[in-house]
Ligand binder design. Structure first.
Ligand code: IMP
Length: 178
């Protein structure tokens, strides 16, 4: 285990089982369609790549990078688009693929952003959710796991751009960020 990690809360096996189930569920819900999966960078890149390899229907992929004004730990809800998608989503089924929902402000913004482009539908797939931290009402259509209000890293998630490559989800030792 990485020395900066206090505790592993989901190991590789648990993650892979859950992602396989999500991929199968989405494939069955979208049977006969070709949804556009939009990966929210950078955090969702590993989740997206595992998810699509567990899907049996054709998919199109696109990538969006956003940043939210505020410091490392708090989200202000003002979202800046750093890289937009290239796909014309008019009439398309869009699935937003997020790493983690904390306050929910980023996802709330993204949902409305995509919904304004006349898609056939917009759904949300998030790997992790911290329900206690929500500041807005949200519907997560496909969810990996609910967690408590703690700061986690690994499986794409970072602290100060590090730890994204850990194959598990772990709680960071307090001494690393205090
Ligand atoms: P929200 O707008 O507050 O829901 O913020 C969501 C974004 O904050 C995520 O996409 C992550 O980039 C970041 N984030 C929130 N909680 C964590 C965490 O525990 N570890 C790593 N990143 C986090």
């Amino acid at each position: 285990m990485n020395r900066a990690i206090e505790k592993i809360i989901m190991d590789e096996k648990v993650i892979q089982n859950q992602v396989r189930e999500l991929g199968e569920r989405i494939s069955s819900d979208y049977e006969g369609e070709t949804p556009v999966l939009v990966c929210i960078l950078k955090g969702a890149f590993i989740f997206l790549s595992d998810l699509v390899r567990n899907m049996s229907i054709p998919v199109e992929l696109d990538f969006m990078m956003v940043s939210s004004y505020g410091d490392e730990a708090t989200s202000s809800g003002i979202v800046q688009i750093k890289k937009d998608i290239d796909t014309d989503i008019t009439g398309r089924h869009v699935i937003i693929v997020e790493d983690i929902v904390d306050t929910g402000l980023t996802l709330d913004y993204l949902y409305r952003y995509f919904a304004n482009h006349n898609p056939a539908s917009v759904k949300v797939c998030a790997f992790l959710d911290k329900p206690e931290a929500h500041q807005v009402d949200l519907k997560i259509d496909y969810l990996g796991f609910e967690i408590g209000n703690e700061f986690v890293v690994g499986y794409g998630l970072d602290y100060a751009q590090k730890y994204r490559n850990l194959p598990y989800i772990g709680i960071l030792k307090r001494e690393i960020y205090e």
